[in-house]
Design a protein around this ligand. Structure first.
Ligand SMILES: Nc1nc2c(c(=O)[nH]1)N[C@H]1C(S)=C(S)[C@@H](COP(=O)(O)O)O[C@H]1N2
Ligand SMILES: [Mo]
Length: 440
């Protein structure tokens, strides 16, 4: 530690062993060591006007979420027709995250929608209206309908709906879990047009023994094996019967882009995105818990009682993840933004959502949570759409700040300070957002 440049060693240490870096920087009694502050000042290149408020054990976001130091570590960029330069998290399967600052549209455009595939991307399917959907299982009358027939037989509606990966926020977990290391950009809120799954299930007539509803997509397994599905999961009947659970063939007033599931997609808003199968060709009503890939064990399941972070667990007593937790994002200012000396006010804007619930408040802090200021929060255009928020924060001087944002849902639950309820596959991390800002 002592004979290397401190900013370098903290960055490296934090990357390799965050808990140890934290303890070294902050000391065990939680008092900020003078040397630690000095070296952080060097690393950050600024004074920290509110350093006295920094809670023990808190590492500045500028270090904790440091931009890649080496070009080799720099995240790759998605290059794809019709898509913005998203952050490429993987190309087999293809996974790409939307930077928070790109999520500044009230309705997410196709270009900026994050991408998550579990299997291969299938070849395009051609005429969308002729695409067929089968509805079978615990129903009185199995159905086989084209998209054209769906649109004629049932009421067609349009809704703005959130679609969020169950693993959104995963990179917050300590220790890190397996899975795509999402920031907070595995979220979209587009405008979807289609028919209610409920109306179609009622037309098929669900039998009393129906317990859950599974959706199947036509994407091949990553291995290419034709007898294996990439992923298919099921939701309880009550969620399938929610008026916002849609069989959609249009997004933002046009055909769904192929990469997002054309010709037909199930949209199950506010629940893990894995319940919104793309390239949908089958709805299977089941008389028992579903056992497709992505069900059971630790998949999309959370501990009922907290477990030791990092501990082995087979998920036997976990419960399925249902509604997603409350979260906010800041879209007007990027993490690591540098502002002109003398800047004394920050105009903030972003979005907040809470799965099946709504958001009742968004607060922001620029003094490490010592004081919080309410932001202006818009109501959602419809249930299951995110809510946009705006506000202005004053800064007393030049220096290093962190903009923290925290949403509260309609049941009073707030985003926690650090990701809670650690679980082996890293679902549901929704800690408050911290964006580092340097003024001057
Ligand atoms: N057929 C199919 N549907 C799928 C997936 C998939 O791998 N195959 N991934 C799911 C997951 S995990 C998520 S988060 C969302 C992502 O949707 P998007 O790529 O349109 O943003 O699609 C879901 N639907
Ligand atoms: Mo996902």
């Amino acid at each position: 530690m002592t004979n290397t440049a401190p900013e370098r060693s903290y960055l490296e240490l934090y990357r390799d062993d965050p808990e140890r870096a934290d303890a070294l920087a902050w000391g065990r009694r939680g008092t900020l060591r003078g040397t630690a502050l000095a070296s952080m000042g060097a690393a950050l290149g600024a004074t920290i006007p509110f350093h006295a408020n920094m809670p023990a054990g808190l590492l500045p976001a500028a270090l904790a979420q440091a931009p890649a130091a080496q070009p080799a570590d720099a995240p790759a960029t998605l290059r794809m027709d019709g898509k913005a330069p998203l952050i490429l998290l993987g190309d087999r399967p293809l996974v790409a995250e939307t930077p928070e600052t790109m999520l500044d549209e009230a309705v997410t455009s196709a270009a900026r929608m994050f991408i998550r595939n579990n299997g291969q991307v299938p070849a395009p399917f051609g005429d969308g209206l002729a695409w067929r959907l089968t509805v079978d299982g615990e129903v009185n009358t199995p159905l086989n309908l084209t998209v054209g027939e769906l649109s004629q037989r049932f009421e067609v509606i349009t809704r703005q709906l959130q679609m969020e990966c169950g693993g959104n926020g995963r990179s917050q977990f300590v220790p890190a879990t397996r899975g795509n290391q999402w920031g907070q950009g595995a979220i979209s809120c587009a405008s979807w047009t289609g028919v209610r799954l409920r109306d179609v299930l009622n037309a098929a007539g669900m039998k009393p023994g129906a317990v859950c509803v599974a959706g199947f997509g036509a994407d091949p397994h990553l291995s290419g094996a034709t007898d294996r599905a990439s992923i298919n999961r099921a939701m309880p009947v009550a969620k399938a019967m929610d008026e916002d659970t849609l069989l959609a063939w249009q997004m933002n007033g046009a055909a769904i882009p192929h990469i997002h599931g054309a010709p037909l997609r199930l949209i199950t808003p506010g629940w893990p995105g894995s319940l919104s199968p793309k390239w949908l060709n089958r709805i299977w009503v089941r008389d028992r818990p579903h056992d497709g890939p992505g069900m059971g064990g630790t998949s999309y399941r959370l501990p009922v009682r907290p477990i030791v972070p990092g501990a082995e667990n087979n998920g036997a007593d976990f419960a399925d993840m249902l509604s997603m937790p409350v979260r906010s994002i800041l879209s007007s200012l990027g993490h690591g933004a540098r502002l002109a000396a003398g800047t004394r006010g920050l105009d903030l804007a972003g979005a907040a959502w809470a799965g099946d619930l709504a958001v009742q408040a968004v607060h922001a802090s620029v003094d490490f949570g010592a004081s919080w200021q309410p932001m202006n929060l818009a109501t959602a255009p419809n249930r299951h759409a995110w809510q946009r928020w705006t506000g202005r924060m004053a800064l007393p001087s030049d220096g290093y700040y962190e903009v923290w944002t925290r949403a509260t849902d309609t049941q009073g639950r707030m985003q926690p300070h650090v990701a809670a309820n650690w679980n082996p596959q890293g679902y549901g991390a929704n800690a408050i957002t911290r964006a580092a800002v340097l003024v001057g």
